[in-house]
Design a protein around this ligand. Structure first.
Ligand code: ADP
Length: 398
């Protein structure tokens, strides 16, 4: 069985065709600059590549290109669309409405529409993707939606509420929802597989450290807290996002610079974080290199990154009254042994002991704590697309 996984952004569409018999990626690609001009790139597992420019006014045209690239031309991998059993879409914001993945129906579409105000750019793009897919693949083609925050829906109110006037929660759904849920779920499921037992009775912290980063506290296999909030801006310092700051700093800067809400939003999301502090880049590797070249602001940005992760992690140890397992994932979590050692340095009080030789292994699934360590520390490469494909297959097989 083959599943097509789709991730629509406001001006992009990423796809992966996954063969579920061995969960391998057969082909993947990217349609970019939708609504601007249009570029398509596709790659196959056997090494073929094709890139071309084509007009992509909307996501519907992008879907026509996905279809074309799969069944004809340089990157052809299947004879017809009949070979694809279903499409699984990533959806960023499921609000408090969707607690799990589901088949796309008119009711589900209305539900995603009702959440547009919470994630205008993302949910609009996902809906365009679903509509484009229906038009190109046909109305009877099964489609599944997998929500970024569904895994976090088990958080209790004391974790997800903001101490703002209650009416904003009641009338406008303002609360913490969390993101990267599909990644946190994949990693915690994988941990359970590695351990060969369920996570019942276990306390786990998953550190997803990439351009966007979040930590999640998982008790008995269920999320009890996560660092991102109403939007992916909350938490700790990221590539270009500020993470948690005193909210008064925001109103103060906005007044000082006479910024519109949109400009302030861009400042917090695109000009802050590692980029804002270092002035060098939002990319961890660039900032680390600048630090090694003697750039003091880059050194500060890196110090802040390690310190803030350690603080959030410590708060989750307190929230769960302990931790049994810590998992690192995503671009930085999988590749930076330095980050893992620095974050674990202040966890000796918990009996965390890192095996630095194992920790120097890069981008592999590996246990990096010693046999004596009281907490098991793992690197588990994430795979959100596979999780989406698995959910899609499970739902259409029901
Ligand atoms: P996204 O949130 O965009 O999915 P990724 O999970 O791909 O991001 O992570 C991107 C981050 O991972 C970048 O900051 C990049 O510098 C960092 N990264 C990638 N490879 C390495 C590496 N070998 N060492 C350190 N950091 C790395």
């Amino acid at each position: 069985m083959k599943i097509l996984v789709i991730n629509c952004g406001s001006s992009s569409l990423k796809y992966q065709l996954i063969d579920m018999t061995d969960e391998s990626v057969i082909a993947k690609g990217l349609c970019e600059r939708i609504g601007i001009d249009g570029q398509v790139t596709c790659k196959t597992a056997d090494g073929r590549k094709h890139a071309y420019d084509v007009d992509l006014p909307t996501h519907t045209e992008a879907f026509y290109e996905v279809k074309k690239s799969l069944i004809e031309g340089a990157c052809k991998v299947i004879d017809s669309l009949d070979e694809i059993a279903a499409v699984g879409h990533r959806v960023v914001q499921g609000g408090a409405l969707f607690h799990e993945s589901c088949l796309v129906t008119d009711e589900v579409i209305s539900g995603i529409e009702s959440l547009i105000e919470l994630a205008p750019l993302h949910n609009m793009a996902h809906l365009q993707g679903i509509h484009g897919c229906t038009e190109v693949f046909g109305k009877d083609f099964p489609q599944v939606v997998v929500f970024d925050n569904a895994f976090h829906s088990t958080m209790p109110p004391k974790a997800y509420m903001f101490a703002l006037p209650y009416k904003y929660y009641e009338e406008h759904k303002v609360r913490k929802y969390g993101f990267h849920g599909t990644s946190h779920r994949y990693v915690s499921n994988r941990l359970s597989e590695i351990l060969g037992e369920s996570l019942e009775g276990k306390k786990v912290i998953v550190c997803h450290l990439g351009n966007g980063s979040s930590l999640t506290a998982i008790q008995d296999g269920k999320v009890i807290d996560t660092s991102m909030g109403l939007t992916p801006l909350d938490g700790f310092i990221m590539g270009s996002r500020c993470g948690a700051v005193d909210p008064s700093a925001i109103t103060y800067i906005q007044d000082l610079e006479k910024l519109t809400t949109g400009q302030m939003d861009a400042l917090l999301n695109k000009k802050s974080g590692l980029l804002g502090i270092s002035g060098v880049s939002s990319d961890f590797r660039d900032v680390l290199k600048a630090k090694h070249d003697g750039n003091e602001r880059a050194a500060l940005a890196i110090d802040m990154f390690f310190y803030q992760i350690t603080k959030v992690l410590g708060s989750y140890v307190a929230a769960m009254n302990g931790v049994d397992y810590i998992c690192f994932t995503a671009g930085i979590g999988e590749n930076s042994s330095l980050t893992r050692s620095e974050v674990c340095k202040n966890l000796t009080y918990l009996g965390v002991e890192i095996d630095e030789e194992a920790n120097s292994t890069i981008a592999e699934e590996i246990k990096i704590s010693t046999e004596n360590s009281k907490v098991g520390v793992y690197v588990i490469p994430t795979n959100e697309e596979l999780m989406i494909a698995r959910d899609t297959m499970a739902l259409i097989s029901k």
